[in-house]
Design a protein around this ligand. Structure first.
Ligand code: FES
Ligand SMILES: [Fe+2]
Length: 420
């Protein structure tokens, strides 16, 4: 890969082809609970642009430019009003469209003339989503994880000092599970705590890290489904038959047993990524989940007291050791991985396929067309249910998995490779 090709795939600032592609999608920018009565404003950075997210006194959210048009005071320091936010300095009031609807001490006839940037926002599943692209504004897809009722959700997030593509390429690379999560993960678990019992780890998460013998990648309307055949498995087994999807361009759909999640890798700028995850647990069959007034959110620290990346199996990240191991791999590749010197191998067919798809979709946007997975016509209330291997779905009984995909017979993958 040339330096120019690497730049084209990774750089996301205003005016870049990848930035233009990313702006065609609703992107999560914060947890809903991040803007509240006590802390009504939050500085946001997305795709190289600084903005202020706020919650007004009526409970609505808005996303506007970071500075007041009057004399550039930061709107991070503003007062929420029922219909917008009021600049701390001289009281100019902005609504959610960025229009200055009130300028105290100025002639009334000049109201509604001044405007600052603004973008549409909406809340779903405990996240605030923003759309930064051209009109007409597409629909926010009603993915199952955002839409299912009677579940318990939580948000987890970390701000990573690396380019977004490192995170996403990892999702097209099934074989890393065998090494990063099973081999290195087990090593790291015992290095940190030799008394740790391996049984549970081997019986659950590490079980998915068995030797890979075949990979498959299938293009769907919303992204790529990755399939893997592990040692001793048949093609009728879930890992191959159902796999799980990457939602184009920057989301991984995950799940196992009663857990389902959407993991978004949102480019804040070229070298910073908001990894924000909404995860849910299903209640036991035929029971009700505890109602949630709001979805709790937690931002993870990255470094421990020795200034090393956290990769722990104990402490606050206990359920997330897999994600934390992934984060170590992504960050350790550097701020922007130098793809000019990499040596892609047989196991990397998913990465090559994904890069090709990104490139094709950037070309479409440059021609003024919609890229894939932009939703315009669906009923916005339609829940889009996605396939996840080895997971129970709402309506499945105890021990059942697969939901609407129980009997799904996959087509031959668009790309597949038998491994040694
Ligand atoms: S700088 Fe905001 S009102 Fe004057
Ligand atoms: Fe991983």
């Amino acid at each position: 890969m040339t330096p120019e090709q690497n730049d084209r795939l990774t750089r996301v600032g205003p005016g870049t082809p990848m930035g233009a592609l990313m702006r065609r999608y609703w992107q999560p920018i914060a947890a809903s609970v991040d803007v509240n009565e006590r802390t009504p404003t939050k500085l946001i950075k997305i795709l190289g642009e600084e903005l202020v997210l706020y919650r007004n006194r009526s409970g609505g959210v808005g996303l506007i430019g970071p500075r007041c048009a009057h004399r550039n005071a930061s709107l991070l320091y503003s007062v929420p009003e029922p219909n917008g936010v009021r600049c701390c300095y001289h009281g100019w009031l902005y609504d959610e469209k960025g229009v200055c609807i009130e300028r105290p001490n100025e002639p009334k006839e000049l109201a509604n003339i001044v405007k600052i940037p603004s973008y549409p926002v909406q809340e779903r599943g405990g996240l605030v989503f923003a759309y930064l692209g051209p009109e007409p504004v597409p629909l926010l897809p009603n993915w199952d994880v955002l839409a299912w009722p009677n579940v318990t959700r939580k948000i987890s997030a970390a701000i990573l000092p690396c380019n977004w593509l490192q995170c996403m390429e990892n999702s097209l690379d099934p074989v890393h599970f065998e090494w990063l999560h099973r081999y290195y993960g087990t090593y790291e678990m015992l290095r940190q705590d030799p008394s740790r019992k391996l049984d549970e780890w081997n019986a659950t998460t590490a079980r998915r890290g068995k030797h890979h013998v075949k990979l498959g990648f299938e293009l769907t309307s919303y992204g790529i489904i990755k399939r893997r055949l592990l040692d001793g498995e048949k093609e009728s087994d879930d890992h191959w038959r159902m796999g799980h999807p990457i939602l184009f361009p920057n989301v991984l759909r995950v799940g196992m047993y009663d857990w389902h999640g959407l993991h978004y890798r949102v480019p804040m700028d070229d070298v910073t990524t908001l990894h924000i995850m909404v995860d849910l647990d299903l209640p036991k069959p035929n029971t009700q989940a505890e109602p949630q007034d709001s979805v709790p959110a937690k931002y993870w620290p990255l470094y421990d007291e020795n200034n090393q990346l956290i990769q722990t199996f104990s402490g606050p990240h206990e359920p997330y050791h897999v994600v934390v191991q992934d984060q170590v791999a992504w960050i350790a590749q550097g701020a922007i991985s130098d793809r000019t010197n990499e040596k892609l191998a047989a196991t990397d067919i998913g990465i090559a396929y994904y890069r090709k798809l990104l490139s094709q979709q950037m070309d479409l946007v440059e021609k003024g067309q919609d890229p894939m997975n932009v939703h315009r016509d669906a009923d916005p209330d339609d829940c889009i249910v996605l396939p996840i291997e080895n997971a129970r779905y709402p309506g499945d009984g105890e021990g059942e998995t697969g939901g609407p995909f129980k009997d799904y017979v996959p087509k031959k993958p668009d790309y597949e490779r038998v491994l040694k």
